[in-house]
Design a protein around this ligand. Sequence first.
Ligand code: CA
Length: 243
Amino acid sequence: MAPGGMVHATDDVTGRDAMKRVLIVEDEIEIARVLRDYLVAAGFSASIVGDAAAALIAVRNSAPDLVLLDLGLPGRDGLDLLRDLRRAATTPVIIVTARGEETDRIVGLELGADDYVTKPFSPKEVVARVRAVLRRGEARDAEETIRIADVEIDLPRMRVTVGARSVDLTPTEFQLLAALAREPGRVFTRAQLLDTLHGVAFESYERAIDAHIKNIRRKLEPTPGAPRYIQTVYGVGYRFTDA
Ligand code: CA
């Protein structure tokens, strides 16, 4: 399955301009409604669920293009739900946290969230993040395949294989890997890698890069503890092997 979500027959027919569907998981209905209104005004379709159980059902039944996930939910919390979502699908997820909950943000990113926003947020900012994450999930370079050692990265299809084994990456992980592998041997700083993800620097958050790299290694590397492909350049950043 391509990162970025399930295949929708209708999307295939109508192309990339098909209305993208966002699932808002938020128990505070006022906040949820504001988000929904902004998303709809921006040309998305948006629906709201208030807890983890309803969110799982909605993801299974309606296969949204993106999930906006408040971590502070009644009952099972958002991080638990994120774990389940990641098991079930590669749908992009943006987590919503309260200010000061840095640990939750890190854990969320380590669990494979694509981005985060902090409450209180500006709805416009949330819409911009949703756009950015969805853009990352779209295939951009129409015919390119990168092959280095036994790693093959099919850019338009967003497929990664190592030897015969296919590797499931989230859209963010895929973009990071593609950025590194496009220029094997080049050292990227964390800030540069952040730039490849967001296009614009909104908030320097370099530890997020470390979390994503850790996830990519776990999925890609034969021995994640002794990475062969994505090398750490101490004090600087990362590079994809050129050997
Ligand atoms: Ca909440």
